[in-house]
Each structure stands twice: as structure tokens, then as C-alpha cells.
Design a protein around this ligand. Structure first.
Ligand SMILES: Cc1cc2nc3c(=O)[nH]c(=O)nc-3n(C[C@H](O)[C@H](O)[C@H](O)COP(=O)(O)OP(=O)(O)OC[C@H]3O[C@@H](n4cnc5c(N)ncnc54)[C@H](O)[C@@H]3O)c2cc1C
Length: 394
């Protein structure tokens, strides 16, 4: 006999847990099925870098960060945006602060207290969490699961899928659910890495700079230019500046660096021309503001330019960095692609499978780091959960 419940959530990440909260708050009996032995593994990983929950920006600027997917997210984020995320986290007893850049973090700079308080709240609302339950698709009207105790089936009036994206697969989101949905006729865009490093074939001379931050630096690609920073790594380059230009770089557009964004090129050439007797080239370059890693980048990407002050200034102000494509999907902080908006109604219900909703990173939107990812996961989870509660109540 199938077990019958009001609402099933698949995936205990931020989107699934938020859907569970919305459904339980509406009085529905909720089961959350999670493949991994515990909930929120990627959320806890995000906590290792401080857990950037949201971004303190006015609604229009906040929405602009989502690019094309922003249109469909607009009403969802209007309902549950940065202010609501803050209030929700504070409601769980989590003190927050806003960094100088506008990024909002828990004061504790980690995710575990928030996750603990959230799971306690859900438990209090009667939400049942079943870990070690891997959803394998549907068997007729019932959702099918592989568990350590064998196959299980659940029949739910409404289901919210919150399977995550397709990166850091060891934390649970391995992208396998997308194939199940595609076979059901759900339009699914291929997953692509987002907020990911890019490969560079460094010469051995760069090895001593691996881990070094390049800052400040102006990065330009695809007509966008921003003052940011990035890190040189063994595999290439990574960090905020690279992630922010990810969509253009993913399309193969060239990346150009201004290593001395505060300095005018002519004035820089002038300073470079006035080298003191006895100064090595390296120490001379350092005196004009080029850190060792920036000098190494100049040598790596434009060695010939170091021949004259004029050419050095030109290279320092517009240095092309040859990228060899994004790092592998599994290394990405997030993914673009997933369930296409064309397959979803306004309540995030799948047209191909009435009564089944989808939320979180598994939907086809993209955003930079800065709290935009978690905010959209929480907002779509809540939105799908509320729509599912209405559906289950019919
Ligand atoms: C290193 C790192 C740092 C990050 N830092 C930040 C940050 O500071 N700020 C920010 O906004 N974002 C950050 N992110 C991104 C953010 O963590 C994710 O976007 C977010 O966790 C996605 O939420 P989700 O609920 O959609 O998916 P997930 O959190 O991936 O959860 C999906 C869940 O579904 C489960 N699941 C998948 N398939 C099945 C199945 N078949 N059956 C049952 N369960 C299944 C998985 O095990 C998983 O628990 C970071 C990501 C990484 C990797």
C-alpha cells in the first residue's frame, strides 16, 4: 500500500526547506525526502565562506543581477526579497550584519546555527524529514524512492521538487533529476557552470603566485567593466570579479585587465620612464603600484611589453588574459540551466505534471554571488510551497 500524504518535498536544501515551511504553515502534512544522510549540506558549505544570505540593494538593482531570468523572478522576489530574507533569518534568532559592499551575513559567519534553528522550527510545525531517501521518479501517481530499507512509494496531493543544480555533486545536487524530468516531457535547459573559475595554462613561473589575490583590478569582458578582485590559482583564475563576468566569459568573449585602475596611462608611462639608477625592473614596477602577482601577470601575458615604459603602461592598463574556458561543472558555485520557465506556470507548477512544483537552483535562472543565489532559492521555495498548499487544499 502506498503511503498517502498532503505534500511531499524532494530535497532538503534551502529551497525545499522553505517550501516545507510554507506548506506546513498553511496546515498541510509535509514529508521532506532527502537523498543524503542529513539536510542542507550545500547550505553548510556556503557557511564556510560566511554564508552571504542576501544583498542590501533597492529592489530594481537587486533584480537586475538576475539578468534575463529576472522577469519571471520579479513577482516572486517582490514577495520575498532581501528585506524578507533578513526578517526571516532574524526570526530564527540569527543576528545579521551588512558588510561595506552591501552583502548580508549572519554575525556568526556560518550556517550551522541557522540550519539548526530552522530544522527545529520545521519539526515544531510537524514536518517529517526522511533522510537517505533518493527520489527515482514516478510509478504512476506515486513518487518512487530508493532507501537503505528498499524501494518506497509516496502518494502526495502536491509535490515540490527542490533538487538543486548540478555542481558539488558530493553535497547532493548531482543533476540526475533533470533527466527524469526531461523524460516526463518537462523542458530542461542543459546545466552550465556559473560563478566558476576559468582555466588558464600558466607557465611554471606562475606557480609561486597561486593563491595570490589580484586587487584592485578592473576587469572588462563583453562590454561590461567592473572594479573587483580575483585570485590566481593552479587551475586558472577564480573569485568575485571572474564570477561576475561569467556569462560573457562562458560565451568566449575576451577578458581584459586594468592592473592599475586608479592611474592614468600617460601619467603611468611617465612614472615608468623615471626609473632610479640601481632599481631592478621588479622593484621599479612595484614602486608604481604593481604587486608581485601583477608583475607576474604582465610577464606572463605581455613579456615583450616590458621593453619600454610606454608599452608597459599600455599593457598594465589593458592586459588581455587568455582563458581556456570554464572549470568543470562540478566545481561551480552555482549553475545556469535547469527546468525552463516555459514549462512552469505562475505558481512554479510543471505543465507536464500537474500537482508537481519546482523551486531553487534547479530552475533556469542565473545570478552572481552576493546573496542572490540563496535569496532566489528561498523565494522560489516559498512561492512554490504556497502554490502547492493551495493545490493540496483543493
Ligand atoms: C562553496 C559554495 C559556497 C556558496 N556560498 C553561497 C553564498 O554565500 N551565498 C549564496 O547565496 N549562495 C551560495 N552558494 C550557492 C547556494 O548554496 C545554492 O545556490 C543553494 O544551496 C541551492 O539551494 P537548493 O535548495 O536549490 O539546492 P541544494 O542546496 O543543492 O539542495 C538540494 C537538495 O536536494 C537533494 N537531492 C537532489 N536530488 C535528490 C533526489 N533524487 N532525491 C532526494 N534528494 C535529492 C540534495 O541532496 C540536496 O540536499 C554557495 C555554493 C557553494 C558550492
Amino acid at each position: 500500500m502506498d503511503e498517502t500524504i498532503d505534500a511531499l518535498i524532494v530535497g532538503a536544501g534551502p529551497a525545499g526547506l522553505m517550501a516545507a515551511e510554507a506548506l506546513a504553515a498553511a496546515g498541510r502534512r509535509v514529508v521532506v525526502a532527502e537523498a543524503k544522510p542529513s539536510a542542507g549540506r550545500k547550505l553548510l558549505m556556503a557557511g564556510k565562506s560566511g554564508l552571504n544570505l542576501t544583498f542590501d540593494a533597492d529592489p530594481a538593482a537587486f533584480l537586475a543581477a538576475y539578468g534575463e531570468g529576472g522577469d519571471r523572478l520579479a513577482p516572486i522576489l517582490a514577495d520575498f526579497g532581501p528585506a524578507e530574507v533578513r526578517a526571516w533569518a532574524e526570526g530564527l534568532g540569527i543576528a545579521l550584519f551588512t558588510g561595506s559592499s552591501g552583502r548580508v551575513f549572519p554575525t556568526a559567519m556560518k550556517a550551522s546555527p541557522l540550519l539548526r534553528a530552522w530544522l527545529r522550527r520545521l519539526d515544531g510545525l510537524g514536518v517529517a524529514l526522511r533522510t537517505g531517501w533518493r527520489w527515482t521518479g514516478w510509478d504512476g501517481a506515486a513518487a518512487a524512492f530508493a532507501t537503505a530499507a528498499g524501494a518506497r512509494r509516496l502518494r502526495a496531493r502536491a509535490t515540490v521538487l527542490a533538487l538543486g543544480g548540478a555542481s558539488w555533486g558530493r553535497l547532493g545536487a548531482d543533476g540526475a533529476g533533470a533527466a527524469i524530468l526531461a523524460a516526463e516531457g518537462v523542458p530542461v535547459a542543459p546545466f552550465r557552470p556559473s560563478n566558476v573559475g576559468f582555466r588558464v595554462d600558466w607557465s611554471p613561473a606562475m606557480a609561486r603566485h597561486f593563491g595570490a589575490p589580484v586587487k584592485p583590478v578592473r576587469l572588462t569582458a563583453g562590454g561590461r567593466s567592473l572594479l573587483a578582485e580575483f585570485v590566481v590559482s593552479a587551475g586558472g583564475v577564480e573569485g568575485g570579479g571572474i564570477y561576475a563576468l561569467g556569462p560573457a566569459l562562458r560565451d568566449g568573449l575576451p577578458l581584459v585587465l586594468d592592473l592599475l585602475p586608479g592611474q592614468d596611462r600617460a601619467a603611468l608611462a611617465d612614472r615608468l620612464a623615471r626609473r632610479r639608477k640601481g632599481d631592478s625592473l621588479a622593484s621599479h614596477l612595484r614602486k608604481v603600484g604593481l604587486s608581485p602577482v601583477k608583475v607576474a601577470l604582465l610577464r606572463e601575458c605581455a613579456a615583450e611589453a616590458l621593453a619600454t615604459p610606454e608599452a608597459t603602461a599600455r599593457a598594465a592598463k589593458a592586459l588581455p588574459l587568455p582563458l581556456r574556458g570554464p572549470r568543470p561543472l562540478d566545481e561551480a558555485i552555482s549553475v545556469a540551466g535547469g527546468v525552463a520557465w516555459s514549462g512552469l506556470d505562475a505558481g512554479l507548477m510543471l505543465a507536464a505534471r500537474p500537482g508537481v512544483f519546482a523551486a531553487g537552483e534547479m530552475l533556469d535562472w542565473d545570478a552572481p554571488t552576493g546573496g542572490y543565489l540563496l535569496t532566489a532559492c528561498l523565494a522560489t521555495g516559498r512561492h512554490a510551497g504556497r502554490a502547492a498548499a493551495r493545490w493540496a487544499g483543493m
